[in-house]
Each structure stands twice: as structure tokens, then as C-alpha cells.
Design a protein around this ligand. Structure first.
Ligand code: ADP
Ligand code: ASP
Ligand code: MG
Length: 408
């Protein structure tokens, strides 16, 4: 019988100090002792990536994306080396690699690069020698030898992509909570751990702010049907299985509530109400590489209207610049930015067949005196933009309203 091959990914908080690195090393070795072959993916230690981002912005508020990748990729390089040393100390063979060294080839879209292909020869060769292979997450290299990163949370993507490419028996994602919950357990203590969740729901949750898994990693998992086990790096309990399909006895309408505080709202006032204006604005934003999220255009009564939209906060500076330029060209009014917002969303495949879910959501927010600034819906989710100070109250109220809390 062939040996079991497992990809294990450890997030930053699981590697926040020496003790935790040692305990991760012990866990890895315990699998090795059971006869498994292991490819381990790691993130940067603790909050290293955030600290590096902050440092860069102190030097230059608009750093070059290529240099940003050069900087951020160093975080993961520290982790792989330290983890290899910790495993050596336990008497086992391990070898660390950067993304470039193991042939994770990406396109050149710095800070959000896409994986084009992975050459697994080197990993396989090391596994054959009996070594534990440790790979730096979140990074790759272009065909021109430029280092790239895969977007925040990108070590999840490295793990899933390697799991697919190596056709592993299991892909385990170790983090600082016990699995995927009905809401962020740090905000809702009564949140329930889900035993199973579908790719579609997890993808929606991740896109709407549940950072426990990176959205793009779930896209890849869904495309290639890679089952993922999300579990705690602090204990041995079973976590959550992210799978293609979940057979439920009873249809659950809402599976989870999510929160995203990383968006900002831009309003462009007094926009002339004629064809082609929205097209011009959003075309320019997209040429600048800005991903626009929710868009609301008010009905116009006076041939002028306001357009509001949200973007990721990290794109705010760039967005305001482009929007102001377009506003001038189309003779619109002021451009207003608002960072004091949050997006609360409810997610569930059951929503498709149940009317009245949106009304219930709006009613819950109204009862808590929370004003809704923008609304957007998809097949399996409803999102509202509200003032940031109400974010946690809204999440808890919705979690309660849709019956997601632990019983008893
Ligand atoms: P890692 O460093 O392991 O990659 P992250 O910080 O990226 O960990 O993701 C784990 C965090 O995701 C948890 O600490 C938790 O606060 C947050 N989170 C948000 N929504 C959820 C959810 N629905 N279920 C579990 N965790 C969630
Ligand atoms: N260190 C990177 C980040 O903080 C990648 C990751 O943690 O997955 O975004
Ligand atoms: Mg993460």
C-alpha cells in the first residue's frame, strides 16, 4: 500500500512564538511517525505581514507593487527556515523552500498574482528521500524571475494548489479556531462549528469577509474538488470539512453571518444622467486594476444622480484619484470617501427557495435602529452596508434571528 500524502498548512497565529513553532513541529512529526509523507505550507509568523505593510507605507504611502511583493515574501521565508530547524531538533529530516524554489510559477500581477503552473518534481524528489518538505506560502515567481504574492491569506491558496497538483490524500488547514463557524467566534461566542460546508457557501462566506479561508483558495478547491479539513493547531479535535455537497435532512435557510470591515464607500455626486457615464467611470477603475464591489445609482429626478460604490480599503487612495479625474471629465460634483462602513451579510444555499429572507434581515437591522446604506444580493447571500460602529451588534442580532446559535 502506498504511503499517505498530506498537505498541512499552518497560519501565522499558529506560529506566533517559539513555543508554537515547536508545537507545530511536534504535530508534523507525529504524522511522520504514523508513516505519512508531508508537504507543509506556512504563513509568516504572527502579524509579520501586517507589520511589513505598515513599514512600507511609512516609507512610501504608494509603494510599488513589485517591491511590495519583494518585501512581503520575506515573512514566509523566515517561517519555513525556523520550522525546518524545529523539526531537525526533534531528530527528523526536513527541508525548506521558497515558492520560487519549488516552481510555483505565476503571472506578473503583483500583490494578487495567479498561479499558472507548479512543477512538483523537486518536492517529489525530496519526499522520496524521506524528508518533510516545507514550502513558503503566499508566494510564487514569474517566468522573468520576479517574486510575486498571491493576495492576502494566500498561503491557503498555496496549500490547496499543492494538494491538487500532488493529488494528496488530505489537505489540512490549521488555524487559531476549531473550524468554520456560523459566524466569527470572536464576535459571536454562541457561534456553532459546522461539521461540513459546501465549496459554494464557503466561497461566498470568504468573499464576504470570513477570513478563515482565502476566497481564491476555495475557488481552486471547488474547481478541482479538493476536500479541505479546517481545524485547530492547538488541539486534535476534528474541525470542518469543506466539500462539494452536503446532504441535509432539513433545509437550512441561512448557514452563516459574515462581516467585512475592509471596504470603503466612494460617492460621486451630481453625475449627469446620460448613457455611457457609468461605463466610463467603471472602465477607468478597472483599467487601474481596481476591483469595485457594491454599486448603487440613485434614481434621478433632475437629470443628475449620485453613484456610490465600495472598494477594498487598500485600493482607496488609487480609487479616489481615478474617480476625481473622471468626475472632472464628466462634469460631476464632489467625490466623497467614507471608511466608516462595514458590510454584514447572511449566506445560505437554502435562501434560493425561501422568500422573505431579505425582509427578515432588514427588519432585524431596523429593530436594532441600524440604518442600511447599501444593499446587494446574490443567489445565496444578502449584504447590507451599515455604519461601522453597529457592525458587531448587527452580526449578533442576525445570527440570533436566523437561529444559528448553539442550543441551550
Ligand atoms: P491564519 O493565520 O491561520 O491564516 P486567519 O486569521 O487568516 O488565520 O483566519 C482565522 C480567523 O478567521 C479566526 O481567528 C476568526 O476570528 C476568523 N473568522 C472569521 N469568520 C470566521 C468563521 N465563520 N469561522 C471561523 N473563523 C472565522
Ligand atoms: N502572510 C500572508 C498574509 O498575512 C499570507 C497568509 O497568511 O496566508 O496575508
Ligand atoms: Mg489566513
Amino acid at each position: 500500500m502506498s504511503r499517505r500524502l498530506i498537505v498541512q498548512k499552518f497560519g501565522g497565529s499558529s506560529l506566533a512564538n517559539v513555543k508554537r513553532i515547536q508545537s507545530v513541529a511536534k504535530r508534523i512529526v507525529s504524522y511522520k511517525k504514523q508513516g505519512c509523507d508531508l508537504v507543509v505550507v506556512v504563513s509568516a509568523l504572527g502579524d509579520t505581514t501586517d507589520e511589513l505593510v505598515e513599514l512600507a507605507h511609512k516609507i512610501n504611502p504608494e509603494p510599488s507593487e513589485r517591491e511590495m511583493d519583494m518585501l512581503l515574501s520575506t515573512g514566509e521565508q523566515i517561517s519555513v527556515a525556523l520550522l525546518a530547524m524545529a523539526i531537525h531538533k526533534l531528530g527528523y529530516e526536513a527541508i525548506s523552500f521558497t515558492g520560487a524554489q519549488v516552481g510555483i510559477i505565476t503571472d506578473a500581477s503583483h500583490t494578487r498574482a495567479r498561479i499558472i503552473r507548479i512543477n512538483t518534481d523537486k518536492i517529489k524528489e525530496e519526499l522520496r528521500k524521506g524528508r518533510i518538505v516545507i514550502v513558503a506560502g503566499f508566494q510564487g515567481v514569474t517566468l522573468n524571475q520576479d517574486i510575486t504574492t498571491l493576495g492576502r491569506g494566500g498561503s491557503d491558496l498555496t496549500a490547496v494548489a499543492l494538494a491538487k497538483e500532488l493529488k494528496v490524500d488530505e489537505c489540512q488547514i490549521y488555524t487559531d479556531v476549531e473550524g468554520v463557524y456560523t459566524a466569527d467566534p470572536r464576535i459571536v461566542p454562541q457561534a456553532r462549528k459546522l461539521k461540513y460546508i459546501t465549496f459554494d457557501e464557503m466561497l461566498e462566506m470568504a468573499s464576504l469577509g470570513a477570513q478563515v479561508m482565502q476566497a481564491r483558495s476555495i475557488e481552486v478547491a471547488k474547481k478541482f474538488n479538493v476536500t479541505i479539513h479546517v481545524r485547530s493547531s492547538f488541539n486534535n479535535k476534528l474541525g470542518t470539512m469543506i466539500v462539494k455537497e452536503v446532504k441535509k435532512m432539513e433545509e437550512v435557510v441561512v448557514s452563516a453571518v459574515t462581516l467585512n470591515k475592509n471596504e470603503a464607500k466612494i460617492t460621486i455626486c451630481d453625475v449627469p444622467d446620460r448613457p455611457g457615464i457609468a461605463a466610463k467611470l467603471f472602465k477607468e477603475l478597472s483599467s487601474a486594476g481596481i476591483n469595485v464591489d457594491m454599486i448603487v445609482q440613485n434614481v434621478s429626478h433632475i437629470r443628475k444622480t449620485d453613484i456610490s460604490f465600495t472598494v477594498n480599503k487598500q485600493d482607496l487612495l488609487k480609487t479616489v484619484k481615478v474617480t476625481k479625474k473622471v468626475a472632472k471629465e464628466i462634469r460631476a460634483g464632489d467625490v466623497i470617501q467614507d471608511e466608516d462602513i462595514a458590510r454584514v451579510s447572511i449566506v445560505g444555499v437554502g435562501m434560493k427557495s425561501h422568500p422573505g429572507v431579505a425582509a427578515n434581515m432588514f427588519d432585524t437591522l431596523a429593530k436594532n435602529k441600524i440604518n442600511i446604506e447599501m444593499i446587494s444580493t446574490s443567489d445565496i447571500s444578502i449584504s447590507c452596508i451599515i455604519k461601522k460602529k453597529f457592525a458587531e451588534i448587527a452580526v449578533r442580532a442576525l445570527h440570533d434571528k436566523f437561529g444559528l446559535s448553539k442550543k441551550g
